[in-house]
Design a protein around this ligand. Structure first.
Ligand code: URA
Length: 214
């Protein structure tokens, strides 16, 4: 697992702003910070990808350059992942893009169930799949989304990218996913609360980015 804030960097400022109640209500800034964190994390993911040497012609001479050879598909889990996914797409600008809708529903007391609806995704067979979900809380929406996405083919590897992850979600994913995957996150927080929100966390990422829904 890669954790961005294990090393101090400007990413800490962006994380601080999305968590801070006195700043996070500025939706434009909140979305922009998610996007910036997406780009920083995408750069880290790129170090794990495959590269090949190619010959190119500069205005002065022929030379050999290294270029990324993975076929990347970025899937954003709606709706909170839209700004974070934009940050990934800024870096992986040739990636194919897909979306899947996952909504939390409370069932049997405090147990969280996930309802999947909209799916628009390309062929995934042999591709490098990056699934972006800013809040890795219970891990249930990720596992359910991945199972639905696999009907589009089996990817070469799955990279799971989040802004904040909870230990419970990381454990759930590790126990319930059998495919080759890696977790990339900007921070790992302390725990989930009784409503399955990440603590200290930041609140509801979708509402902060786009406003409360009915
Ligand atoms: N989704 C959010 O937006 N926040 C959390 O803390 C957990 C899930």
């Amino acid at each position: 697992m890669f954790i961005l804030n294990k090393t101090q960097s400007i990413a800490d400022n962006f994380l601080s702003e999305i968590r801070d109640q006195s700043v996070q209500h500025d939706r434009l800034r909140f979305r922009h910070n998610l996007k910036r964190l997406g780009s920083l994390l995408a750069y880290e993911v790129s170090k794990d990808l495959q590269f090949t040497n190619e010959s190119i012609q500069t205005p002065l001479t022929e030379t050999t350059v290294s270029v990324m050879s993975d076929d990347i598909v970025i899937i954003s889990i709606l709706r909170a992942a839209i700004p974070f996914g934009e940050g990934f797409l800024d870096i992986f600008d040739k990636a194919e893009v897909g979306f899947i809708g996952a909504a939390r529903q409370e069932a049997n007391g405090n147990e969280i169930e996930i309802a999947l609806d909209y799916k628009a995704a390309p062929d995934l067979a042999g591709k490098t799949l990056i699934i972006v979900d800013p809040m890795l809380a219970t891990g249930k929406s990720l596992v359910k989304s991945i199972n639905k996405l696999l009907t589009n083919g089996t990817p070469k590897i799955i990279h799971l990218a989040s802004v904040i992850a909870a230990p419970e979600g990381i454990e759930y994913i590790t126990k319930n996913l059998s495919l080759d995957f890696r977790i990339w996150t900007c921070a790992v927080d302390e725990k989930l609360n009784e409503l399955s929100y990440i603590v200290p966390g930041l609140g509801d990422a979708g509402d902060l980015a786009f406003g409360p829904k009915l």
